[in-house]
Design a protein around this ligand. Sequence first.
Ligand code: MN
Length: 463
Amino acid sequence: MEVCQDRCLGRNVWPDNVWRDHIERTVRTRVRQHPMPPFDVPEGDPFGPHNLPYGVFSLPGTEGSAGAEGSAGAEGSAGAADRRVGVRLGDHVLDAGAAAAALGSPYVSLLARPSLNPLLAAGRTAWSDVRRALTAWVTVPSHRETIESLFHPLSEVTLHLPFEVADYVDFYASENHARNVGRIFRPDAEDSLTPNWKHLPIGYHGRSGTVVVSGTDVVRPSGQRKAPSDPAPVFGPSVRLDIEAEVGFVVGTPSRQGSPVALGDFREHVFGLCLLNDWSARDVQAWEYVPLGPFLGKSFATSVSAWITPLDALEPARVAPPERTHPLLPYLDDSDDEPGGYDLRISVSVNGHVVSEPPFSSMYWTAAQQLAHMTVNGASLRTGDLYGSGTVSGPSERERGSLLELTWNGRDPLELPDGKRTFLEDGDVVTLSAWAPGPDGTRVGLGDVTGRVVPSQAHPASH
Ligand code: MN
């Protein structure tokens, strides 16, 4: 532990009485055989005090909560009154509103809430101030006694969708992904990219009401499909259910309709990011998408991680995006700006087996460019807006962020220990996890996003 090392080196960083109290409390706690005291996060833990992501949780036994079954992260039915903003430290979650109240902090009005929306709406200065306060609460020894009882083991809480999703947009910002899709579906085209691809970040408006938190089961969608050789479309459960490994960006500060948000104002508006799985029914998508784009093949479910990592925790992870091969119009030109990419190392697993490790640093379009583009026509932002990066695919075969690419549209099945996979089968569990470089060689962990495919529901049309 850092403080002990300082003590051993003769640097007396705490007054003696504080030190004595610390030792006594540590011994007491150890004697109680608590799994790991909340403050004593092991050095190098990706959820140490340098991270502090935000979520929303409820405690077991609160009215309508999901109980033990839901403790793995599934959305329970806890009433809004039982939900509270939490901050993750190691394997514990701090009841942030209760801590603010106990410490007499002015941020109780932002934190003692059932969702992150009031904090999101408070803006950049408040985000930095609150983060600074939280960092002090979990690191300054004099606060320990006051807030120690406000930590709860993660295994004992239910995590909920942490914010009310306003509008949802999904992009298509990985050049590797776009080229793979082009090669699969337009093998005879001269260029695997469409002519607009290098000039604007392609996106579409999705369905915010079906964004669900990690741990929520995903019902296999049904719809129309028609292979090119089929004489007519058929209706039924999707037979080509896929994932898209993405990063979601969460908007805090709104903007006025008619006023575009400039590239340089990204950090004024975007609070943080999460992992996002954009479940996709490829057969439904292929038949419906011309000419208006994604619709029912996407809108049945989008999963997000339960933890929102503030951009402030990811400063050490900022990297330059890939070199731009085409000159950009001024509103998208970031050549003189600070690095707009993020070095996030994503891992995709199916039933516990890692099938891909997509590098987010390879994304051609940055989140700042996406924000500038989606508002350049005067469209406004609302607190809680969520936008997905688009499938993250790196240049190599083991870095592809969808089964479509990993199996080359089903041609090359994946060999998993529990059998071959082209697309997802009922019962399959998909988990995205990620980390980013943190300060001083540490890692910043992002919250996992996981979901299990369950069989399609009986549909009236099938009887
Ligand atoms: Mn997508």
